[in-house]
Design a protein. Structure first.
Length: 118
């Protein structure tokens, strides 16, 4: 069973930055990708960013392009989300997810709250 542990959320003012981290328990041989998703109150969970574990290729939601950066430390089995120029609409619970053997995200973290005040 893969466990994902997120950290780095908090309360910040608009325009500030935060860095989220997600450490995965050992299982690297067939890891396909890791990603970040978020869910605001009363809304569905939405995709934020993803990184292919082998190629390093990344994708972003249009709403965060140019402001958020996803990166990974393969040796530490950790993925990061650097969030700059935060906006109140970025307020949500952010979830880390991992895909093994396919592009389906089968494992999820517990979530970390990010609150951006105006």
């Amino acid at each position: 069973q893969v466990q994902l542990v997120e950290s780095g959320g908090g309360l910040v003012q608009a325009g500030a930055s935060l860095r989220l981290s997600c450490a995965a328990s050992d299982r690297t041989l067939d890891k396909y990708a890791m990603g970040w998703f978020r869910q605001a109150p009363g809304k569905e969970r939405q995709f934020v960013a993803t990184i292919n574990w082998n190629s390093g290729s990344v994708k972003y939601a249009d709403s965060v392009k140019g402001r958020f950066t996803i990166s990974s430390d393969n040796a530490q089995n950790t993925v990061y989300l650097q969030m700059n120029s935060l906006k109140p609409e970025d307020t949500a619970v952010y979830y880390c997810a991992a895909a093994y053997g396919s592009s389906i995200y089968a494992y999820w973290g517990q979530g970390t709250q990010v609150t951006v005040s105006s």
